[in-house]
Design a protein around this ligand. Structure first.
Ligand code: PAN
Ligand code: ZN
Length: 214
C-alpha cells in the first residue's frame, strides 16, 4: 500500500505494531518521553506527600510519539502508559497541556486500565472528567487543557491522536494549574475544586489527612 504525500510516494512505515502491556514495551520508529515524579514538582496539592514519595522517585508515565509524516496535514500518534499510584489522595496524572495551536483537537482511545481525562476550557474555566478505559474514546476539543489520570490499580494505556501542527504548551498550566483535582474519597474518584482542596489540606493538617484516608 502506498500513500501520496506532496510529490513523494511513501510505501513503508505506514503501519506499526505495538504492545503496551509487554514487560518492556518498545515501539520502533517512535520517540520515547519519560516523566518521573521529580518532573512533576509543584503539580500535586499535597506537598508533604509529594516530598515523601520523591524518595522513591517512581516513573509516572511514558509516552511514545509516532510521526509517520511531518507535513501540515499529518497526524501524530502518542502511545501512553500511565502508572497507577497516588500522591496523598491525588491519583497519578500526566502534566497536562494546551495545544500551542489552540484550535487543534485530539482523539484519545483507551486501550487498558481505568482512568479519566480531565478537561478544562481555557476561556470559561469550565471543567469535566471523561472516562478513559478499554473501548472508550474521548474527543478533546480545541482550546481545552487535557490531563490523563489513572484511577485504577494497573497501568492505564491509551492512544492520543493529534495534528502535527498542534504543538504542546505546558507553560500556561504549570503557572496556574488546573482548577480541579481528582482525588480518592472513600475509595471513589471525586472531582474537587483545587483551591478549596488546598485550603482544606493546609487548614486541617494531619487530622484532615487521616479523615481523607491517607
Ligand atoms: C498526549 C500526551 C501524553 C502525555 O500524547 O502528550 O498523554 O501527557 P503530557 O504531554 O501532558 O505530559 C497528548 O495529549 N498529546 O497532544
Ligand atoms: Zn494533547
Amino acid at each position: 500500500m502506498g500513500r501520496r504525500s506532496g510529490d513523494r510516494i511513501l510505501s513503508d512505515a505506514l503501519s506499526l505494531s505495538f504492545d503496551l502491556l509487554a514487560p518492556e514495551p518498545e515501539i520502533a520508529s517512535a520517540r520515547l518521553g519519560e516523566r518521573y515524579l521529580s518532573d512533576l514538582n509543584g503539580y500535586f496539592v499535597d506537598e508533604d506527600a509529594y516530598i515523601q514519595k520523591l524518595a522513591e522517585n517512581p516513573l509516572v508515565y511514558r509516552v511514545w510519539s509516532w510521526e509517520a509524516g511531518s507535513g501540515e496535514g499529518d497526524l501524530i500518534c502518542g502511545f501512553g502508559i500511565l502508572q497507577p499510584g497516588k500522591v496523598g489522595n491525588e491519583f497519578f496524572f500526566t502534566k497536562g497541556h494546551y495545544h500551542e495551536w489552540r484550535e487543534a483537537a485530539e482523539i484519545y482511545v483507551g486501550l487498558s486500565g481505568e482512568g479519566y481525562l480531565l478537561l478544562e476550557h481555557e476561556k470559561s474555566g469550565e471543567s469535566c472528567v471523561a472516562p478513559l478505559a478499554v473501548n472508550r474514546i474521548v474527543y478533546v476539543p480545541g482550546y481545552t487543557a487535557h490531563r490523563t489520570i489513572n484511577t485504577g490499580n494497573v497501568p492505564l494505556t491509551y492512544l492520543g491522536i493529534y495534528s502535527t501542527r498542534a504543538g504542546h504548551d505546558y507553560g500556561a498550566l504549570a503557572e496556574k494549574q488546573f482548577l480541579s483535582v481528582l482525588v480518592d474519597r472513600d475509595g471513589k474518584p471525586t472531582l474537587l475544586d483545587r483551591s478549596a482542596y488546598r485550603t482544606q489540606k493546609t487548614q486541617k493538617g494531619d487530622n484532615q489527612r487521616s479523615e481523607l484516608g491517607e
